[in-house]
Unconditional design. Sequence first.
Length: 320
Amino acid sequence: MAHLEAVFQDLSYGARKLWRDAGFTTVLFDREGLRPKWRVLLFLAAMFMLWPQTERPVNWVVARGWIAGAGHDEWTALMHLAAFAAVLIPTLIAARLERLPLDSYGIPWRQAFRGMFWEGAAWGLAAISLQVCVLQAIHCISVHLSGLSGRTSFAFAGRWGFTMLAVALFEECLKRGYLQTVSGRTLGFWPAAVVLASLFGLEKLLDPDYRTLIAFLSVVLYALLMCLTLKLTGSLWFAIGFHCGVEWCTVFIFGIRTPIIPHPEGTLLNVVFKGPAWITGGQSGLMASILMPLLIIALSLVLRVRFRQTQQLAKPSSSH
């Protein structure tokens, strides 16, 4: 037995030496362990392997006719919750392996659905309402009541709220969670933000609704705005709330289509587009409106001021 252990140790030492001499130690690892680029690749591989598995229960429910299919609020909510699970599980595993709290990736669960979330939702709702009001003021759209009754409108408000929360959780945690944190360790926060925003913007070009220069620019600027709120607040909860507020207001309040909800039903108002598509966004939605990038730039300036004041108030006084 002792002889076998000695042989094993010799083989182990030889394998480590071969590994080191071949340069794999510097290629794969640095002083902090596995290099960030490999962590990102492993994270993406795990997510894409898990994704079909987390969607299986949803497909099973749809196949039995228990919920409506693609494009409806129930299907959209469950599919995005499944996708969120495929993102969250590798994030939890990475946090355990790296011996870091989930807060390190912008998801402090103790702050879930508290002040930052609701403030973000209010800002998102106000932003879309302002855009629609401007479009109506310049006679590019007309707004009409949909005729929903009071009880039905409350029911749809809750359903769309849940759906958009699922969308926001998935998209923000995927695009601004683990990937942003780990990429930022190597590239720096803002270079990583620009790279990821551009990559996800290019991915959106696969959708016909985003194949315009204005829509692409809006998507990239929106991603950078959410990164700014992450930088200013230290968590993703403002961004999740903002995203939820934007989507909920767009679909439920104004009944405007989005790429994930092409035919919204159970909406409070109906909007009819009358102006040119480059102003209203047309069939591509509000993201393709020239007002959207202007609105995002204005929001970035306002939010910097708002959170700069909060950060200054939170600093301890140095005059003692």
